[in-house]
Write a protein that binds this ligand. Structure first.
Ligand code: GLN
Length: 198
């Protein structure tokens, strides 16, 4: 199984290691043609404004948008979640997301007090909590129908979604790859097994 990792900017290496641990082949994606013959795709964290700019410069935007709208398996973490959100609040005016997840996220939405932090996040399937690393993370503010919440963070006593799935897209506001927790990458590979390659 070949899993592309968008490698224009951001933490590519840790995602490649996770894919490798699961027995799949990580492929770094920098050009439009590199998207051919993939089974799944990871959009890593980084800076969504920079990634948005580089998607235009590299010519990758249209191919990526076609990939996501065709329902191909995609995991977006942190800045990658911003790219997958249908609605972005507090984005820079010149940044554009790809869309795919029917959610609204607020960029850097945890504010200055929670600029970067680690927290235990409850998995909705009742499994082990995630040891989640948040770095200037986007905050999921609205989740529309048809979206499943896979994990929640309790803030000031109220739970809010931090991992969501809809169609063949998974979005995560923290960095699972930094904690060496491969569950979301494994879920991505499961989604890939149920779809046919391009
Ligand atoms: N704040 C960044 C953005 O809006 C995301 C940070 C990250 O990916 N760790 O793109």
């Amino acid at each position: 199984m070949r899993v592309g990792i968008l490698a224009l900017q951001g933490d590519v290496r840790e995602h490649a290691a996770a894919i490798h641990r699961l027995g799949a082949e990580p492929v770094e994606i920098r050009t439009p043609d590199a998207i051919d013959h993939l089974d799944a795709l990871v959009l890593p964290g980084g800076e969504s404004t920079t990634i948005s700019l580089l998607l235009d410069r590299s010519g990758l935007r249209a191919r990526l948008a076609a990939w996501v709208s065709a329902g191909r398996p995609t995991l977006g973490t942190c800045a990658g979640l911003v790219l997958l959100a249908d609605e972005v609040l507090d984005g820079r005016p010149d940044q554009r997301s790809i869309g795919g997840l029917p959610i609204a996220v607020r960029r850097n939405g945890f504010g200055r007090q929670r600029y970067s932090f680690e927290a235990e996040v409850q998995s909705s399937d009742g499994g082990e909590p995630f040891e989640a690393v948040f770095i200037r993370a986007p905050r999921i503010e609205r989740v529309l129908d048809g979206t499943t919440v896979l994990a929640e963070l309790v803030i000031d006593g109220s739970p809010e979604p931090v991992v969501v799935e809809s169609g063949h897209c998974i979005g995560c506001s923290f960095h699972p790859e930094l904690a060496g927790d491969d569950r979301l990458h494994r879920r991505l590979l499961e989604l890939a097994e149920t779809t046919t390659a391009v």
